[in-house]
Design a protein around this ligand. Structure first.
Ligand SMILES: [Zn+2]
Ligand SMILES: [Zn+2]
Length: 93
């Protein structure tokens, strides 16, 4: 699967995965403006272009975004190094 941010400065590549989850927590709603539909991409995710900016939103996770256009790019679980991507950006090929 391939995805990119709004401005195109960051591209993401991950293995195909159809395991889509939905999170309604306060932080995801604040971050995305609604429930976050997300696809689990595991630990093997590649980024090209700009380095994503990271914000540590809790003791166990970071949230990544494009430093240029602000697109939400991933939720990153620190203990397992697993990336979870907003599905709308992650399903394009
Ligand atoms: Zn961007
Ligand atoms: Zn959440």
């Amino acid at each position: 699967m391939k995805a990119k941010c709004l401005c195109g400065d960051i591209e993401i590549e991950a293995a195909d995965n159809n395991d889509v989850g939905l999170c309604h927590c306060d932080m995801c709603r604040r971050w995305t403006g609604g429930p976050m539909f997300a696809v689990h991409c595991g630990t093997d995710v590649e980024f090209s272009g700009l380095t994503p900016a990271r914000y540590q939103s809790s003791d166990w996770a970071e949230r990544g975004f494009c430093p240029n256009c602000g697109t939400t790019l991933f939720y990153f679980l620190l203990p397992t190094k697993e990336y979870i991507h907003p599905v709308g950006r992650s399903v394009s090929r």
